[in-house]
Design a protein around this ligand. Sequence first.
Ligand SMILES: Nc1ncnc2c1ncn2[C@@H]1O[C@H](COP(=O)(O)OP(=O)(O)O)[C@@H](O)[C@H]1O
Ligand SMILES: [Mg+2]
Length: 282
Amino acid sequence: MTKRNPIISVQHVTYTYEEAAHPALEDVSLDIGEGEFVAVLGHNGSGKSTLAKLMNALYLPTEGKIFVRGMDTADDERLWDIRREAGMIFQNPDNQLVATVVREDVAFGLENIGVPHDEMVRRVDEALAAVRMTDFAESAPHLLSGGQKQRIAIAGILAMQPGCIIADEATAMLDPSGRREVLDTVRSLCREKGITVVWITHFMEEAAQADRVAVVSDGRIRLEGTPREVFSRVNEMRQMHLDVPPMAALAAELREAGMPLRADILTVEEMAEEVTRLCPSN
Ligand SMILES: Nc1ncnc2c1ncn2[C@@H]1O[C@H](COP(=O)(O)OP(=O)(O)O)[C@@H](O)[C@H]1O
Ligand SMILES: [Mg+2]
């Protein structure tokens, strides 16, 4: 992969909550390249939300530094620039919607920063189109599905023209179709509009779709690499109470049993190909 300029650079960050005996994050370093889709995967309590809040300057590092497009998150004067550059989506879609009409909800952040009316209308229309919710512009947000509500929350962030979206378990409260819909939306924003994505999740199936995965456990990044690299480390993943794609697990078992399969199998198609290669039918 080509080395891209980091839009977010986390440098040796430790974060300890007030009165906590142990740091929630310890010596974490992670660069997020411009246009990349990076998944942060970890079990409950591993430190993912703490990391998200540090990236968005909701918390400041106890030790270490974080830069968002070169801006130090500890620099008070850049706080709003940082938050605009790195927009956050959270788990509960209902907590993120503020207006009674979708269009107004998407415009909310723009109104707060005093964007002129014509430009506001244009940006709201573009953002709704980007999440494929144009037809719902005049709807009441509370009547939408969970997946649609998250897409509206994403549109509200897009309207602010961020370089990066940080999604903290944005699909955790959705049903499977809502999960797919929201992940597909964000993936296409990354691919088509070059928006950088930090996708925080405990679902390994979602992390498997990222360009790169950072696995967090007990406040540290334990593994980092492409989904292939990370999910081929089946035993380490399991020690961290994380699952791997079924075909990666099967490949590991077959290798242990002596079958010389490729180590980085993720999908059924790849497994079928490898098995065919090793056991030609005639
Ligand atoms: N406000 C808080 N005060 C004290 N400890 C906290 C607070 N929030 C989280 N923690 C602790 O920090 C650790 C990491 O939590 P968190 O970042 O929320 O993990 P995750 O998002 O991966 O579930 C956990 O041990 C959690 O109990
Ligand atoms: Mg969390």
